[in-house]
Design a protein around this ligand. Structure first.
Ligand SMILES: C[S@@+](CC[C@H](N)C(=O)[O-])C[C@H]1O[C@@H](n2cnc3c(N)ncnc32)[C@H](O)[C@@H]1O
Length: 189
């Protein structure tokens, strides 16, 4: 899967970020995990293979969904991983009856705050939210004046999400900027 991702430029979690995520899973032993952004199912399958958790993962790109489904079948993980097809901001009804011990946000960077607000009501009391790409290739916090308009906009959104987390009165977030592409781990206060 990793080779396919590299060859086809599918962005998947970095090794270091994955190791960090799996450490959290190892410590917390979540029974249920929600992932926003499945891509080809790499991180979801790694989480499933390294835990006993059941995973619900949301993906909106039809091409990704097709590959994710194929990988799901090949790995024989159909009983452990459920793929929800559609935009995470539109499929809430399909998951609203679940409770999650861990939420892993790894989809459109500009929408992280919306994902967080929409899905954290489904988090169990001691559950954690892990957000990936919070330094976005090391670009967050740099001088963006020479970047394209869209890249500047994206970095502004990630910066604003970081501020949202840092100032959140309901969740306490620790930022791990030196791990992978920058990870944030949030727990209810
Ligand atoms: C970085 S990739 C996910 C990588 C995957 N978590 C892994 O590490 O193997 C982000 C994925 O999120 C999907 N995505 C982006 N915005 C989304 C949204 N609003 N709803 C559902 N999927 C979304 C994209 O299509 C893309 O496949």
């Amino acid at each position: 899967m990793k080779k396919y991702a590299q060859e086809n430029k599918v962005p998947i979690i970095k090794d270091e970020g994955l190791g960090f995520l799996l450490d959290i899973i190892n410590n917390e032993e979540p029974k249920t995990i929600l992932e926003i952004g499945s891509a080809i199912l790499y991180s979801a399958s790694m989480m499933a293979l390294n835990s006993k958790a059941n995973i619900v993962t949301i993906e909106r790109d039809p091409e990704m969904i097709e590959i994710a489904k194929k990988n799901l079948k090949e790995l024989g993980l159909e009983k452990r991983i459920t793929i929800i097809e559609g935009d995470a901001l539109e499929v809430f009804d399909q998951v609203k009856n679940y409770k999650f011990d861990l939420i892993f946000i790894d989809a459109a960077k500009a929408q992280y705050e919306k994902f967080f607000n929409l899905y954290t009501p489904l988090l169990t009391e001691d559950g954690a939210v892990v957000s990936d790409n919070l330094i976005f290739h090391g670009l967050v916090g740099t001088d963006t004046s020479t970047y394209s308009r869209s890249l500047r906009g994206l970095i502004r959104k990630i910066t604003s999400y970081r501020e949202f987390l840092a100032n959140n009165t309901e969740f306490q977030t620790t930022f791990y900027d030196d791990i992978g592409d920058g990870m944030g781990v949030s727990y209810k206060r």
